[in-house]
Design a protein. Structure first.
Length: 339
């Protein structure tokens, strides 16, 4: 712009026979917005939008903007005759300002893609490992379970007390359910149209009979059946995990309530305890693999529950409400199936 000012001065002071081709080229090649003033009046402009040129108010506003962008260049073309050149940034310079930001965004996106690829690969490997361990566990349990079933038949043949046989038979059936659950991990489960109230109540009754009377159990649900597509074994695992976590949070003493609500096309299952509560910043973390507040445990119960609810049954699970020292409510949301 200093060269432009010098070229302008040369043109003003040149005589008729002077070679002004170079100053003209300098002036014509400039693509920077320019306003020239003399005695605080605009006498010339260049590379200014026509709509701005025609509006004196907009032109003055633009002049003030150019004054704030760059320091004016003083042009004294005759003694006592002074003009001031005000200029802005070229379109190329304006674009260059945003290139570093664009470059940083590209680097950030590339880094995010690499991180997500690494994370998904790692998770896939871990999922395969857990699925393999679960299936192997189911296989290992199956061997002694078969023997127990054989011994149970011998006890029946020897006319052992019926009550004892009945209780042993319940536990053997329970082991068979657990084996079936572990065998389903890593495989797509078969969903059946079931009454969720009955399925939930069965799991509720099973655990209720096996815990201390210091826990007050309560079950509330509509009288009419509610049909949804689910896998009974995995659903019972979900309810049991939530109930066991609730009882652990209460240290084996308190109130545990399961409430089923029919909310239009959705079913809500709320599991409420009077335990120690969960801090708000941990509402989502409690479902992460490995996260636990217990001194003993692997932190897999709730993460497995989340997978059963959301991946296998296409539902939602969340911490609905929790207050430190007062208790927690965890909610499961399922879509209903027409009967």
């Amino acid at each position: 712009m200093e060269l432009w000012a010098q070229a302008q001065k040369t043109l003003i002071n040149s005589d008729i026979n002077a070679d002004i081709s170079l100053p003209l080229k300098i002036i014509q090649n400039a693509n920077i917005p320019i306003i020239v003033t003399e005695n605080n009046k605009i006498i010339n402009d260049n590379n200014i939008d026509e709509s701005v040129k025609k509006d004196s108010v907009k032109l003055k506003d633009l002049l003030e903007k150019l004054k704030s962008q760059n320091e004016a260049i003083k042009m004294e073309y005759l003694p006592g005759k002074i003009q001031y050149l005000y200029y802005g940034d070229s379109s190329l310079l304006n674009k260059l300002k945003y290139y570093p930001i664009a470059l940083l965004l590209i680097i950030f996106l590339f880094g995010a893609l690499v991180y997500n690829f690494y994370k998904s690969t790692k998770m896939a490997t871990q999922n395969k490992l857990w699925a393999g361990m679960a299936k192997e566990t189911a296989h290992q349990i199956g061997t002694p379970l078969s023997s127990l079933i054989g011994w149970l038949e011998i006890m029946k043949a020897d006319n052992v007390d019926g009550t004892t046989i009945s209780e042993i038979e319940k536990d053997i059936n329970r082991l068979q359910v657990i084996t079936d659950r572990f065998s389903k991990i890593g495989s797509e489960p078969i969903l059946e149209k079931k009454d969720i109230i009955e399925e939930t109540h069965n799991s509720f009754d099973y655990l209720k009979s096996r815990f201390s009377h210091q826990v007050a159990f309560e079950f509330n649900a509509p009288k009419d059946p509610i049909w949804i597509s689910l896998n009974p074994e995995l659903h019972s695992w979900t309810i049991e995990n939530l109930m066991k976590n609730a009882i652990d949070a209460m240290k084996g003493r308190g109130d545990l309530k399961i409430a089923i609500e029919n909310d239009g096309s959705y079913i809500k299952i709320n599991v409420t305890d009077t335990g120690k509560g969960i801090p708000k910043n941990q509402f989502n973390r409690v479902f992460e693999p490995g996260f636990t507040t217990k001194k003993r445990g692997w932190g897999l119960g709730l993460s497995l529950t989340k997978r059963i609810v959301e991946e296998y049954h296409k539902g939602k699970i969340k911490v609905l409400h929790s207050e430190i020292g007062k208790g927690t409510t965890i909610q499961i949301l399922y879509k209903k199936t027409s009967a």
